[in-house]
Write a protein that binds this ligand. Structure first.
Ligand SMILES: [Zn+2]
Ligand SMILES: [Zn+2]
Length: 203
C-alpha cells in the first residue's frame, strides 16, 4: 500500500510547507488516515489535535481542512509525534502515534551521518550515502502501510469542545479587550494574561 493522496495534492502540500522533509511526510500520512477514516473537513466536519508543532502539522492543515484559525486544529505542546482526529458528528476518533523505529536501519544510519554532517566530519562518500539514504527514507515514509508507521488507538481524551461565543472583557491595566476564557483575576480586577503576568512578577 502506498500513500493514496494524489500526487498533485502532495506537490501542493510541499509547496505550502516550503520543502520536502520527513516531518511533512509523517503529517501527510497522518492526514491520509483522517481522510480515509473520516473524510475531509468540508465534507464531514472533523477536528485534529496535534501533540507537536513540527513540520507535519502543515500537512494536517493543508490536507484535512482542519486549521488553527477555524478552531478545529488544536496544538498541545507535548512534543510527541501524535495526532488525534475526531469526527465532529459523533465524536468518534483515533489517535495516531508514530511507532519508534518505524523507519528501521536506514534511519539509524542516516541519523549517524547527519551527526557527522553537523560536526563537519562527513567524507565525500558518506555525503553521497546520506543523500541516497534520505531519498530511500522519503520513499519508505510515503509507501509504507499506515499501520507500520503509526500505532492507531482510541483517542485518550474526548473531543475538545468547539469554540464557543465568549464575551470580551476589558483588561483593567492596559484597557485592551480580552476573551473571557483568557482573562485573569487579581485583587478583584480583570486582567489580560500579559498584564497579569507582569503584576505577578512585581509582587
Ligand atoms: Zn519541514
Ligand atoms: Zn492588559
Amino acid at each position: 500500500m502506498t500513500c493514496t493522496i494524489d500526487s498533485k495534492k502532495i506537490d501542493d502540500c510541499i509547496e505550502f510547507h516550503g520543502h520536502v522533509c520527513p516531518g511533512l511526510s509523517i503529517g501527510i500520512r497522518a492526514a491520509e488516515y483522517c481522510l480515509q477514516a473520516f473524510g475531509h473537513n468540508s465534507d464531514e466536519p472533523v477536528c485534529a489535535v496535534c501533540e507537536t508543532d513540527m513540520c507535519g502539522v502543515d500537512a494536517i492543515q493543508f490536507l484535512t481542512g482542519c486549521t488553527f484559525g477555524k478552531g478545529n486544529l488544536m496544538h498541545r505542546d507535548w512534543g510527541k509525534t501524535a495526532f488525534t482526529f475526531y469526527r465532529q458528528r459523533d465524536g468518534k476518533g483515533a489517535r495516531l502515534t508514530m511507532i519508534p523505529g518505524a523507519l528501521g536501519k536506514t534511519h539509524e544510519r542516516a541519523a549517524e551521518l547527519m551527526k557527522k554532517s553537523v560536526d563537519g566530519s562527513l567524507t565525500a562518500e558518506e555525503k553521497t550515502e546520506l543523500a541516497g539514504l534520505r531519498v530511500a527514507q522519503q520513499t519508505k515514509l510515503m509507501e509504507m502501510p499506515l499501520e507500520e508507521l503509526f500505532e492507531i488507538n482510541e483517542p485518550q481524551t474526548p473531543m475538545p469542545r468547539g469554540a464557543r461565543i465568549l464575551e470580551t472583557l476589558t483588561c483593567a491595566e492596559c484597557g485592551e479587550g480580552v476573551m473571557e476564557s483568557r482573562s485573569r483575576r487579581m485583587g478583584g480586577q480583570t486582567l489580560c494574561i500579559p498584564c497579569f503576568e507582569g503584576m505577578d512578577q512585581k509582587r
